[in-house]
Design a protein around this ligand. Sequence first.
Ligand SMILES: C[S@@+](CC[C@H](N)C(=O)[O-])C[C@H]1O[C@@H](n2cnc3c(N)ncnc32)[C@H](O)[C@@H]1O
Length: 235
Amino acid sequence: MKGHRQTDLCGRVPALPEERFLLNRIHKRARGLFTAAALSLLLCTTGCTSLKVLSYEGPGRDRWQQPEEVIRVLDIQPGDVVADIGSGGGYFSLHLAEAVGPEGTVYAADIDPAMNRYLERRARRAGHDNIKTILADPDDPNLPETGVDLIFMSNTYHYLDDPTAYFSDLQRTLGPSGRLAIIDFDGTKWRHRVTGHFSRRDEVLKELQTAGYELVEEFHFTDRQYFLVFSQSGS
Ligand SMILES: C[S@@+](CC[C@H](N)C(=O)[O-])C[C@H]1O[C@@H](n2cnc3c(N)ncnc32)[C@H](O)[C@@H]1O
């Protein structure tokens, strides 16, 4: 700070330039740590959910995710019923709600009740009353028996303990003409490999084939992710 002489812990002004340099760095680091701690405290008191959503969506996600293009290629029709499993803060739920329109429904299923509450507020603010949140269990999204036209899952597949059993059970909800769209991190970014937040496309293909699905489309425009669309085998 200009005009402010930095002192050591005993209140002495260091005489040597090396001492002053070192002290300056310590002060800078301490200020950085203090700011980070204050920011975390603020975010946690206003809700750690916001922090989580920030980590899911980040400031630049639209650039590499291209959500409009994702929705466009899925050819969702007005009035469709779509399930967004692992909906999180609703990054895709809002786009899906736009695509199905007021006659359609988006079931946003997540195991985290705080995330559902966050999405309910977000949907209300955006004027989407066609988004219905569902509290999922880890092995069952608890979708309504009436069925859905499309199951959509983004960046969540790698959380599933037994994806084959999970999607095998979901065949009853999907019906013969339903589709399943999976987008997940492919592990090309080191931070996804380090944290384990990714799944391998070929393993996903194998698991879903075993669960009774066949690959009908694949898109390559989503950076750092694979994007696969399935229908039920033989339908
Ligand atoms: C990385 S976030 C992705 C959120 C959102 N789909 C997106 O693309 O921004 C993963 C979300 O999946 C949820 N989740 C994890 N395991 C789940 C499961 N078995 N069933 C439903 N949701 C799950 C987490 O609570 C979290 O909100």
